[in-house]
Each structure stands twice: as C-alpha cells, then as structure tokens.
Design a binder for this molecule. Sequence first.
Ligand SMILES: Nc1nc2c(c(=O)[nH]1)N[C@H]1C(S)=C(S)[C@@H](COP(=O)(O)OP(=O)(O)OC[C@H]3O[C@@H](n4cnc5c(=O)[nH]c(N)nc54)[C@H](O)[C@@H]3O)O[C@H]1N2
Ligand SMILES: Nc1nc2c(c(=O)[nH]1)N[C@H]1C(S)=C(S)[C@@H](COP(=O)(O)OP(=O)(O)OC[C@H]3O[C@@H](n4cnc5c(=O)[nH]c(N)nc54)[C@H](O)[C@@H]3O)O[C@H]1N2
Ligand SMILES: [Mo]
Length: 575
Amino acid sequence: MATFGAGGATTSYEELENTDLIICWGSNTMECHPIIYNHMRRGIKNGAKMVVVDPRKIDQVKKAYKWLPVNVGTDIALANALANVIISEDLHNKEFIERATENFEAYKEKVAGYTPELAEKITGVPAEDIREVARMYATAEKAILNWTLGVTEHHNGADAVFALINLGLLTGHVGKYGSGLNPLRGQNNVQGGGDMGALPNRMVGGWQWDDPEARELFEEVWGVPLPEKVGKNQAEMMEAVEAGEIRCMYVIGENPAQSDADENKHERLFRSLDFLVVQDIFLTKTGRLADVVLPAAASWAETEGTVINSERRVQRVRRVVDPPGEARPDEWILQDIANRMGANWNYETAEDVWNEVRRLAPNFSGITYERLERYGGIQWPCLDGSFEEISDNTPKEQLAAGTKGAETGKGTTLTTDVVEKRDLGTKFLHVELWAEEVKKRAPFHPVDHAGPVEMPDDEYPFQLTTGRRLAFHNTGTMTQDYKKVKDPEELIEISPEDAEALGIENGDFVRVSSRRGTVPRVRARVTDRVRPGLVFMGYSFPDEVPTNVLTINAVDPQSGTAELKACAVRVEPAA
Ligand SMILES: Nc1nc2c(c(=O)[nH]1)N[C@H]1C(S)=C(S)[C@@H](COP(=O)(O)OP(=O)(O)OC[C@H]3O[C@@H](n4cnc5c(=O)[nH]c(N)nc54)[C@H](O)[C@@H]3O)O[C@H]1N2
Ligand SMILES: Nc1nc2c(c(=O)[nH]1)N[C@H]1C(S)=C(S)[C@@H](COP(=O)(O)OP(=O)(O)OC[C@H]3O[C@@H](n4cnc5c(=O)[nH]c(N)nc54)[C@H](O)[C@@H]3O)O[C@H]1N2
Ligand SMILES: [Mo]
C-alpha cells in the first residue's frame, strides 16, 4: 500500500505459468501454498527458472535453479546487494525508473554500501551467487518475486518487504503480464479479511480510515456516525491489555493464546481480562480461557458467502452440509448480537451483505453473485457489473480466458472478441505505471539491514526459526487429530553435526528452552534441511509442544507483526 496504493499480489496465478523467473523468498511455497506451487511447477515445465531464498534446504530446493541459503533475518542485506550489483553493472531499467518511480537517488546511495562481498559476510550467501541472481533478475524478460513469512515475521519485516519491492521498481518487473510482486496470503480468505476492512486503519475496499470521501459514503450507507479514533492492531491491543486499558475482548476464528509470540505472557494477558468471548468451530485454548464461548460458528462447508484469495479473486462459498447441533454462521451471530445491542441489521443472505460491500467499494462493484455464478471467480478491481451481451453459448473456457489480451501489456481488461465489452476483473495490477504519463509515481523506500533482536549466545546457543509443515495447519485446532499422515506430531529439525555434538539421534526427545519458556519434550528430526546452529519447529501441536512459549514478542512497529522467525534457544537431550 505504501508503494502502490493498493495492498495485494500484483499478478495472477496463471502468470506464474508464463514467466521466465520465479523467486520464492522466505516462502516454503510447496508445503504452504500448494495450489500456487502447482502453477509454479507448470511455469518451470514451461521453461521458467526458480530461485529459492531460504535458510533451510526446503524440498522445493530440489527443483530450484539456484538456492540462496540466507542467514535468518538478513534478507535486507541480500536484497540491497542484489540492487548494488544491478546498478553497478548498469542493468537497471532506467526508462521505467525515470518515468514511473521517485526517490531513486536516495536508494542508489543506500545500496552503494551493500557490496556483494559485504553481503556475503552478513547473509552467508556467496558473493558470486548474489551476482548471478542479480543478473538473472535484471535481464529476465519476465520475473515474478513471491514472498511470505520468512521475510515478514521479523521485528523489521515491513522494511524487508520494502527491500524486495525496491527490486521490482529497479528492474520494472511489475505492472506487466508475467512480471510482478506477490505477497502470498496465508489462508483462503486473508486477502478478503483485509479487503473487508478487518484492519484498524482501513475500511471495506481498502479505503483509508480518515479519507473524508469514504467517511461520507460509509455514514450514508450505514446511517450512523463513524468513530473518530483509528483502531488498534493486535499487538497494540495486547499492549493495551497489559496497560489495563482494554478489559474485554471478543475473538472470532483465531486462537491467539497459542499463535502469539511469547505464549506464557499472552496467556497471562488473556487471563487478566474482565471478560473474554471466543467464537470458534472448536474449543481452543483461547476458548478454554474465555468467559463465554460461542460454539456457534459454522465451518466453510456449512456456510454461504465469498472468499478472496491471493490473486484478488472473489469466489463463492456454498453450503454443502448443515452445521452440526446449534452451530450457526458467524454473520448470523454477529447480526443477532448487533440487534440485541439496539441496531437494526436485516441481512437475510450472504448476498445481501455482499451487495452492501459492492456499494461501499468500487473495486467490487462489478462482482455480482449472478456474475460469480456465471463466470466463476472474478479478480478485483472489477467495476462494470453488466454481462447481458455475452451469449449463453459462450464456452466457459473462453470466458475464463477473458483477460488474455492483457498479455500484450495494453490493459488490464479483456480484449478477447466475445467478451470485449465485459469487465471480467483485473488480471494484474499497476499497468498504469507503464502509461505514457504516470499520474502517481511509486517511491523507492531505502532501508538498512538490522539483524534479529535476539541472537544466539553461550547460554542460548541455537537460533530457532518456526514455521509450517504440509499436513498441519497453524495452531492445529483443525488438524492435530489427523493421524493418517507422515509424522503426526511436532518435530524439531536439527543438523547432523549439532545432533552428534549433543549426543542425540534421529527420533530422540529433546528439551528446548529460551529466556521466556521451556518445551520439555519434542522429538528431534536430524536432517540437513537445517545448517549447524539453526533449529526449526512448527507450532501445530501446541498442547503437547507449545512452541510459542519460546518465541520472542519483538514487534515490528510498522506492521504489528512479531519476530516469530528468530529467537535464541538451548537444546538438551530429554528423558
Ligand atoms: N511460532 C509461530 N507462531 C505463529 C506463526 C509462525 O510462523 N510461527 N505464524 C503466525 C501466522 S502467519 C498466523 S496466520 C497465525 C495463525 O494463528 P491463529 O489464527 O490464531 O491460528 P489458527 O489455528 O489458524 O486458528 C484459527 C481458528 O479459527 C477457527 N475457525 C475455522 N473456521 C472458522 C469459521 O468459519 N468461523 C469461526 N468463528 N472460526 C473458525 C479454527 O477452529 C481455529 O481455532 O499464527 C501466527 N503464529
Ligand atoms: N500446510 C500448511 N500450509 C499453510 C499453513 C499451515 O499452517 N500449514 N498456514 C498458512 C498461513 S497462515 C501462512 S501465513 C502461510 C505461510 O507460508 P510460509 O511463509 O511459506 O511458511 P513458513 O513455514 O512460516 O515460513 C516460510 C519459510 O521461511 C523460512 N525462513 C525463516 N526465517 C527466514 C529468514 O530470515 N529469511 C528467509 N528468507 N526465510 C526465512 C523458513 O525456513 C520457511 O521455509 O502458510 C499458509 N499455508
Ligand atoms: Mo498467516
């Protein structure tokens, strides 16, 4: 948003199949975004090269042309060094920079200090590899840079995102078919959650909270004055709990007592509340701490509505089974509570809610249920909701291919004959950066490297990074009872060298402790996926292995995200 004004992945999945270079930066795409990875796989089959930037030798490294085994928390130094090479070898896209960006001189000055040799010392990535990947990225005709939590879950994660976006601006790999910048969304509806205004400073459709035009529109549609104050993000809320300013909390579809960093501290804070309500489809740990549990939420298969995925595609969700017992859809509960507080909400269907969204947010105005029914998913922005001119005989594939014309780089809407006049959404964002005259330039944000807050020392000699495995989801509420998969328990990945030094073998139990807490028993997986000094844990079995008692609550002031990807721990053999 800070660079382009819109928060969303800029390309569509399809473009991953039609590009020359795919970079996965801090993203275990194969295990965590398997659908998107399938598109990447096709791209690789079609000739694209993949570069993986990850401290661990994750499985997709086998398919990669190049793996940059970056030290945890040193991504900014690496990105700046790539830029350093691109500029010093005169490979940057001067025409694009001149026309579509601003603040290049400051950026150039900043990255001048990040030579590949210096970056090698910080990041552990050989200078020659940095040079090679810099050249590949700068000279590729099309290149897509994808990133996720390895980049963002740090005390300076927002800066790291700027460092990556800067690379896209430097090379012009954004705003044209097959090139782009993609923050992959974690869940099926993370994009949708943000788009619906589930952010403290944004409204439905991404409007800035204090935008006068938006306030007028919302007050008119909702018929109530809006609060004057901007809201708090989750980290700020927990600070306010600690300060005694927030005494009551209502948690929907989240298990923060186990997903927040420094679990012991967060458990204390949740316990200190006067009143806690949890609305979930399972009884989570957070639910067990609650005064009131609304066991009423219905899962995605039991409810109606829409979700919005990483490529900004709005898709219908349909009820296929009835909710069990007294379970009710989330929006039903919210409406009932609102009305008991004196409001007068009368949404009968999910479509009623969606139609209000269409009034509030121009990006969605053209996405009617009727059109979703007809065409399948539609990518926002989509302004024009008409469709009657399309004949019923138009083959579905042709409609789906509607935005093909975008390949020419001429526009984001379609040019295929049949659907010429129809707005079937927007395949990729920011084509306006390639217009003759650019109205709003994208600024470079020069940033500096700053390593993790807590580094290993004599007392806590290992660096712990945390993340995911294919078969288990987040805090495990929905997956931990599922046993018919490989390794249905938490594991700590540890290098053969470290295992030998500790006198442990693959499958032995170890005890892991940090300055904040202790995991008494977790099974060791001895593997060269991690290098000496680094250990990795998931957090999907938190009742038996509460990984987040170890992690550090060092929060990025810009994003509100904790440094879940780096803390220092001690590992010892356990009984
Ligand atoms: N150590 C460590 N910690 C992390 C991370 C990490 O990498 N390492 N990652 C962080 C990230 S990226 C995330 S997103 C968070 C995730 O943290 P959480 O969101 O707290 O974890 P989930 O387990 O996904 O919890 C989702 C809850 O929603 C419930 N649910 C599912 N469907 C519905 C529904 O339709 N309605 C309602 N009301 N409830 C529903 C589920 O039962 C579940 O309890 O964890 C963060 N914590
Ligand atoms: N199977 C499965 N899929 C999921 C989820 C799940 O729980 N299970 N959760 C969903 C959610 S909510 C999210 S947000 C996404 C997350 O998707 P990802 O971000 O891909 O998942 P993670 O495993 O948290 O972290 C990705 C990688 O970051 C690397 N990494 C750690 N530290 C650093 C660093 O300093 N620099 C770099 N460059 N890399 C680093 C780790 O080694 C890891 O391989 O996955 C989603 N999909
Ligand atoms: Mo996430």
